[in-house]
Ligand binder design. Structure first.
Ligand code: SF4
Length: 308
């Protein structure tokens, strides 16, 4: 195993080197890297550039994977189809950013500005390695990112959210909600069927998190046509947002072949937003990036695996 060292003394860490097997760049310049781990399994990371009016890259976000596959089996997710295969080490997580940082420097003359744990896997099920990778990413001899530029996105594991609040890594927290009631959420996200991770448990953990950190959280809400995009859904979502200081990020779904979900039409999206805004909810919309290269998380690795 190749390795290099980061940090000094107590911070000293061995970092595994991952090998980039493939790089695809979409028309919108979203770049997706497929990496081979020392185990031979593959994971992916995506570099997402945002440009200002002059065409300069104002934000360079890397979406990293924390596991190979995922045990949680959400029915709209390509990674869920793979099942759980392994946790990544802190070094393997760090190296995705390191590699994409080098790409960003080469293409845009500046390094990565943000990191989101929204790739393959549930980061809070690989808790210790994710926290260690955050230490490396924020270390001046690592990438030197501010923790406020790092977002951990979870399906909503209540006990781990409380632990994260108590450990105080000062990163941002995003919760993948995707449905605003237990009945709907359990139908697409099996994790919600357990009482320790249903919406009641999630509410308690989020209220604990905001009390302990003073931070606002973000709910990720993927819009599925005819499933979670009605006026009633918007009203239920506004009720969830009222639990604690928070905002909603509506995501335009990037369809995965064979899973049976379709993106919400623009007119439904606009009506949905109007109801939320009327209820005082802060809303942002995230358009799918890199659709021509399958940049929905999990899709490139699935394609490669299927080809073998
Ligand atoms: S959406 Fe996230 S938690 Fe659900 S199966 Fe996919 S990777 Fe796992």
């Amino acid at each position: 195993m190749n390795s290099r060292r980061a940090g000094q003394d107590a911070d000293l860490a061995e970092i595994d080197t991952i090998a980039r097997a493939q790089l695809q760049t979409a028309r919108d310049e979203t770049a997706k890297g497929l990496f081979t781990l020392s185990s031979g399994r593959q994971i992916e990371a995506v570099l997402i550039p945002d440009f200002d009016d002059t065409g300069a890259a104002k934000r360079l976000t890397v979406c990293v994977s924390s596991q190979v596959g995922c045990a949680l089996g959400c029915s709209f997710c390509a990674t869920g189809l793979m099942g759980f295969q392994q946790n990544l080490t802190a070094g393997e997580i760090f190296d995705q950013v390191w590699s994409m940082n080098a790409l960003a420097q080469k293409r845009y003359g500046r390094g990565v500005t943000n990191v989101v744990f929204m790739g393959m896997g549930e980061p809070l099920l690989n808790y210790d390695n994710v926290l260690r990778s955050i230490t490396l990413l924020t270390h001046p001899e690592g990438v030197g990112l501010s923790p406020r530029r790092i977002t951990v996105s979870t399906v909503g594991l209540a006990r781990r959210i409380k632990q994260l609040a108590d450990d105080q890594p000062r990163v941002n927290l995003a919760v993948s909600l995707h449905a605003p009631t237990d009945a709907k959420r359990s139908s697409i996200m099996p994790v919600n069927r357990a009482v320790v991770t249903d919406l009641t448990a999630l509410k308690a953990s989020i209220q604990h998190y905001t009390r302990a950190t003073g931070r606002r959280i973000t709910y990720e809400y993927c819009m599925f046509r005819g499933f979670n995009d009605t006026a009633e859904d918007a009203r239920h979502l506004a009720d969830v947002v009222a639990w604690a200081p928070s905002k909603v990020n509506l995501i335009m779904y990037n369809p995965v072949e064979g899973l049976g979900f379709e993106p919400t039409p623009e007119a439904h999206l606009n009506a949905f937003i109007r109801i939320l805004v009327h209820r005082g909810v802060t809303v942002t919309v995230r358009r799918s990036r890199g659709q021509d290269i399958d940049a929905a998380c999990g899709q490139l690795a699935i394609r490669e695996r299927d080809r073998v």
